[in-house]
Design a protein around this ligand. Sequence first.
Ligand code: CO
Length: 284
Amino acid sequence: MKRAIEKVLKGRPTIEGAGVRLKRAFGFDEAPELDPFLMLDDFHSGNPDDYLAGFPWHPHRGIETVTYMLEGRVEHGDSMGNKGMLGPGDVQWMTAGSGIIHQEMPKGENGNMWGFQLWVNLPASHKMMDPRYREVKNEEIREVEIGEETSVRVISGELRGVRGPVRDLVVDVEYLDVTMGQGSEFEHAIRKGNRTLAYVVRGSGYFDSEKKSPIIPEHLVIFTDGDSVRIRAQDEGLRFLLLSGKPLGEPVAWYGPIVMNTEEELEVAFREYRNGTFIKHKVR
Ligand code: CO
């Protein structure tokens, strides 16, 4: 059965970090319905005042943060000793697990900055796992051509025999960046029961068979359950991020950058952060 549209959400202007202006596709209020996904932010601006303040040192525990860049650069560093620069097309997949402290400072390029950050929840069994950090360079992400009109960058998951470079995930998330030509169609099988979302980046298109009104950039499509999706690009083509993952079905206790299962675990996390015992991993 084809998945239909359950709901469409418009990205909300939000200020985060030390004063970064971004669009939040979904977050705290919507997350219970979008399990295993917690949040998706779209940082898109041609004005450095919107992003240069960045996200100075802050903790995470109990989640994975997935950063995907389209334009500009982000300088990063963390308590595990990773540091460097993310550029266009790069992905940073960070499993905070028991805790990581990091900073993420957008630098832009010629004033432009465009990137996405997705938060994926971790199951209770893995919330306190050792943190893991993976950086995937643009060149390591393979592009699958479908017909003449559609190309798909496979970040995680599998498409036509091509597996994305981000593997061994705790929560099996499929993350595709799909670009379609004018009027073309893309049909894709997705395991029944998986929460499935599409976020429009450019152009416009139809995400179900009713084709009532095209979905435009900065809008998120939440699909009903089913076996597959079928998407049709409008005249100007279409680019969107396609996400799917199996719901955890566990209680969520969330405050700021930390997401646990109980209020008590949250209190422990913030107490540890205050008294300097938050980090459990070896410090290089
Ligand atoms: Co962060």
